[in-house]
Design a protein around this ligand. Structure first.
Ligand code: LLP
Length: 463
């Protein structure tokens, strides 16, 4: 990423300090459609709107901080994935990115399936009417109670993650007089993140059963022997926030290699493979994610080619995008509390949330951008760090970005691309209350997850 000096403004130094930032954008009032939800635009009065509603109105009605979710954009992205993969493949939205009952209903209506990985996610999915046979149940340490609930509910598949779990699920299914459809999650020796992938040193992780050393083949042998299980396929998930398709290519090659070995050993062709999620989104203007139709084309071609060369029927493919569907559809709306210029360094802008509503910057060194949204401004850009209200210095929401030099307490700023892994990983650190999720569509806003209250906090405190 480039770093460069920029015209000295009233509140920043001539020489910029170390940091991951590009030059300030030519127009600080512009909103890059790559990182903002589809219906976001700045009105003539300078106020940013989403779904036709101004952020000042949203802040007044629902308070700040708030996650503001563009429902039309969510539905459009879900539909784009569904359409891209067509009827010969299944799209399972990964609920861990963000799950609520409204989201489950939208997914159901748009024809997507759902991947859950805990009893809580399963309960949310079922309570919002997702048909159980369209749910996949994941996780490296599902409890016997969770497995029993999933089997009883009739989930479409359980993804088996260990040798113990093969036996556990088989036993539970059999005791309920059922035969559970399952996939086996394998680790194929590929770990991919963002721009690169590593094809070594991958098996050293908690998920799945290693392909190497014949472990995956042994897992298949055992699963095929158990009456409580119907083995329908092999699962692989190689990482998250990936832009480069080459990791998927190696993964597909190895998964198909296992399907071929299974055919040769057992005389059966497993009908499904799941290539997991992990497709990247734009957090800043420097990121260039691929469109769902490009991803679908690339994955389908890879699998078809690999199967042709292995002389196998092409299995039904499924994928599990989470971030790529919900990530870009929401922004977090904050009110500026304090503005603290530090000479020769940068200006610290404190907002009314922080690492409790977005842990990703502290946890992964994630990059975000930010904009002044309650008004337009022609002031010179100043280099800012957006920080929260928590009692630690690592409480950073946006490490380095530019905001107008006249930013003041009371202004509203928004951080885009916070739809995935922000509300779902939110905490009550410092007993800060988790923000609501407000869905906006066609000029109407409604709370889909309400703001936490002090009563909520105290209700759990039974001492
Ligand atoms: N399928 C499986 C089996 C997964 O483990 C995951 C994510 C997904 C699908 C969805 O991946 P996505 O398309 O959303 O990248 N908290 C981290 C991301 C953790 C992802 C865990 N597994 C973050 O904030 O970046």
């Amino acid at each position: 990423m480039s770093r460069s000096a920029h015209p000295a403004g009233p509140r920043h130094a001539d020489v910029l300090p170390e940091g991951h930032y590009s030059a300030p954008p030519a127009d600080l009032n512009a909103l890059d459609p790559k990182v903002w939800a589809q219906t976001v635009e700045r009105g003539e009065d300078g106020v940013v709107t989403v779904g036709g509603i101004g952020v000042t109105q949203l802040a007044e009605e629902y308070g700040t901080p708030a996650y503001v979710l563009d429902e039309a954009d969510f539905r459009a992205r879900a539909r784009a994935w569904r359409t891209a993969f067509g009827t010969d493949a299944d799209v399972f939205y990964a609920g861990k990115a963000f799950l609520s009952r409204a989201v489950v209903r939208w997914l159901h209506e748009e024809g997507l399936n759902l991947d859950v990985c805990s009893g809580g996610e399963l309960a949310t999915a079922l309570s919002a009417g997702m048909p159980a046979d369209r749910i996949a149940f994941h996780g490296n340490n599902k409890s016997p109670e969770e497995i029993e609930r999933a089997v009883r509910a009739g989930v479409g598949r359980i993804v088996l993650d260990s040798f113990q779990e093969i036996v556990r699920v088989a036993h539970i299914a059999q005791s309920l007089g059922k035969r559970q459809r399952v996939q086996i999650r394998i680790t194929v020796g590929v770990e991919a993140h963002t721009h690169e992938f590593i094809a070594t040193a991958h098996e050293d992780q908690k998920f799945g059963i290693p392909l190497a050393g014949g472990h995956a083949a042994e897992a298949v042998r055992r699963a095929l022997q158990l009456d409580g299980l119907e083995l329908i396929g092999i699962h692989s998930h190689i990482g998250s926030q990936i832009f480069d398709m080459s990791g998927f290519e190696v993964a597909a090659h190895r998964v198909v290699g296992l399907l071929k070995d299974i055919r040769d050993e057992h005389g059966i062709e497993l009908p499904e493979i799941d290539l997991g999620g992990g497709l990247g989104i734009a957090y800043t203007s420097d990121d260039d994610p691929r469109e769902p139709h490009e991803i679908a084309k690339a994955l389908t071609e890879i699998v078809t080619r690999e199967c042709e060369s292995a002389k196998l029927r092409t299995p039904r493919i499924s994928v599990e995008p989470g971030r790529a569907i919900v990530g870009p559809t929401a922004f977090t709306l904050y009110e500026v509390g304090t503005v603290k210029p530090l000479d020769g360094l940068r200006t610290y802008v404190s907002v009314d949330g922080g690492m409790s509503d977005n842990i990703r910057t502290a946890l992964y060194d994630a990059e975000y951008t930010v904009a002044l949204v309650s008004r337009a401004s022609d002031a010179e850009p100043m280099l800012v760090r957006v920080v929260g209200k928590h009692c630690e210095s690592g409480d950073i929401v946006v490490k380095d970005a530019f905001l107008p030099g006249d930013l003041a307490p009371g202004d509203l700023i928004a951080v885009p691309a916070t739809g995935a892994y922000c509300r779902s990983m939110a905490s009550n650190y410092n007993h800060v209350l988790r923000p609501p999720v407000v869905a906006v569509r066609g000029g109407e806003a409604r709370v889909v997850v309400r703001r936490e209250t002090e009563e909520d906090l105290l209700r759990l405190d039974v001492g």
